[in-house]
Design a protein around this ligand. Sequence first.
Ligand code: NAD
Length: 351
Amino acid sequence: MNTGENILITGGAGFIGSHVVRRFINSDKYKVISLDKLTYAGNLENLRDIENEPNYEFVKGDICDFDFINDLFKDYDFQGVIHLAAESHVDRSISNPMEFIQTNVVGTVSLLNAAKEAWRGKESRRFYHVSTDEVYGSLGEDGLFTETTPYDPKSPYSASKASSDHFVRAYGNTYDLPYIISNCSNNYGPNHFPEKLIPLMIHNIRNKKPLPVYGKGENIRDWLYVEDHARAIELIFEKGQNGETYNIGGFNEWKNIDLVHLLCDVMDRKLGNEAGTSRKLITFVKDRAGHDMRYAIDASKLNSELGWEPSLQFEEGLEKTVDWYFDNEQWLNDVTSGDYLKYYDEHYTNR
Ligand code: NAD
């Protein structure tokens, strides 16, 4: 990839996408075109600090709109794509699976098809699909997901992501489309929409609201600080091998209830509460339908081939995350009130 070349990052206004966009902008090697539909999960305030950078351009649009996507590929001659746009919340996929099939499957194929057409006969291009460890299904007490673990998705969200992974490989196999896939564990950190576990708990503790924990809180997830994921994505995009899959994880498994206890203790300390105050807000609620018991990632391939490892211990990352939410109260208020949805109209429509 040469300096200054156009790359497309989809879902750039979302949680992980915003960190990836900022990382690529700051590296100064590329012109980044960030494409986002700005659904409820897309928030341009996440990118306020870089919106005037000369190597950044935001385009509002839907990855499912074939004609629009084809034109975009013609207009910009992308050297690479990093595809993060998706519907990402498991609970929403249970209540509205069709939206997940549309965005995650049809949207991904729309991008693949545009890349196939635009990149015909051209070399050194790369389609990087950002995916999840949830495609592998659920683990028992032992074992880790490796890159060769058979797919066994259990929720409409993970089934839609698994399907999109299959389409990426199928385009690679059938049309020689140069691709890379990574499957990552649960992310946490700044800009995380407060429907997800960690920001939801932070928000509710601040507002002395109940802390809903599914079932008995026994489910286990591996957690990775979002900037470590963004760093892995940059490394894989630049140094990974086409046709390969890389697992990304934090080597950091937590039972949900233990995580919530830890977060309560961090919050009590920050808020000057008596020890144990926030734990009293924990409320066990009916378990999520088909709730996977345990995810755990073996990220040793990424470590041995590309030298990546997480930079933060979980306690440190959690502390940074809590501090960020304390320092960015307006961001959280805008998200919970819906005001962030006005950002595009106020900052972009009259440019
Ligand atoms: P997110 O929900 O915060 O962001 C998704 C972004 O995609 C939003 O900005 C949204 O507006 C945009 N989008 C949705 N539909 C679109 C469409 N049709 N056209 C254009 N843009 C659209 O999600 P996230 O947590 O940042 O996840 C990003 C990617 O990483 C997803 O593909 C997800 O599957 C994957 N992933 C997430 C995690 C995690 O823990 N959050 C872990 C592993 C992998």
